[in-house]
Design a protein around this ligand. Sequence first.
Ligand code: ADP
Ligand code: ADP
Length: 228
Amino acid sequence: NKMLEIIKAMKSYGVGDSATAALKGVSLTVKNGDFIVLLGASGSGKSTLLNIMSGLERPDSGAVKYDGKDIAALPDKEMTAFRKEKVGFIFQQYYLMPGLSVDKNVKMGADLAGNRDYRKIIDAVGLGGKLGKLPFELSGGEQQRVSIARALAKKPKVLFLDEPTGALDEETGRQILDYICVLQKELGFSLVMVTHNVNIAEMAHEVVRMNSGNIVETVHNNEQKTAY
Ligand code: ADP
Ligand code: ADP
């Protein structure tokens, strides 16, 4: 059940003396239905790890295996195609198409993966009554729900979230997280989330702590700590 396996991923930015080692050989396994939270100080490598897991970036070395297939070994075109079809990504910014309605924004996600039944996902995030609205007519929380629906319309095996509630007030952020947790139980995808929010970390199955490009601690909920 190793749906996604990161093996000894290394990544540096820049060259020579000014190079930054963002990941120093990170290994991590995501099983079907997992909810993993990545914690750590700014600059510890969380976003880089998320980007590499999702195929947004390529590691310098190491493997990124989805059901045994290493996407980091694919040519650029195929790696991009894999990400567009199979991976859901939510950012702090919503990146909605400003000229497209709620319905059309979510349809874009569905079209990437060749899915037709995206309407019920719009209903599931509570936006069934706002199909024709444009992004600027929605609140921040509603816009983030559109971006979640767009990502889930691909029926991804795993949904990656980088500080998804960072731009929202606490109450709205909480609602968004509740939606995501309900949808996860319903649709059965895995969740990998970067957050600084300790309350969210408590909801996760596994909390992975990073420090200067390494995983330094993994806490399984209701289990003992694994120190490295
Ligand atoms: P966070 O700490 O929440 O990850 P950052 O501001 O560190 O936010 O990073 C935001 C984005 O900018 C990330 O996707 C990261 O890859 C990129 N980034 C971070 N540091 C640098 C840098 N020194 N030069 C260029 N891009 C960077
Ligand atoms: P975090 O998400 O934990 O804040 P990042 O993965 O964004 O950490 O960054 C890890 C390290 O890599 C930091 O030192 C950051 O400045 C650097 N970095 C990240 N992205 C880039 C980039 N595109 N160009 C240069 N340096 C980067």
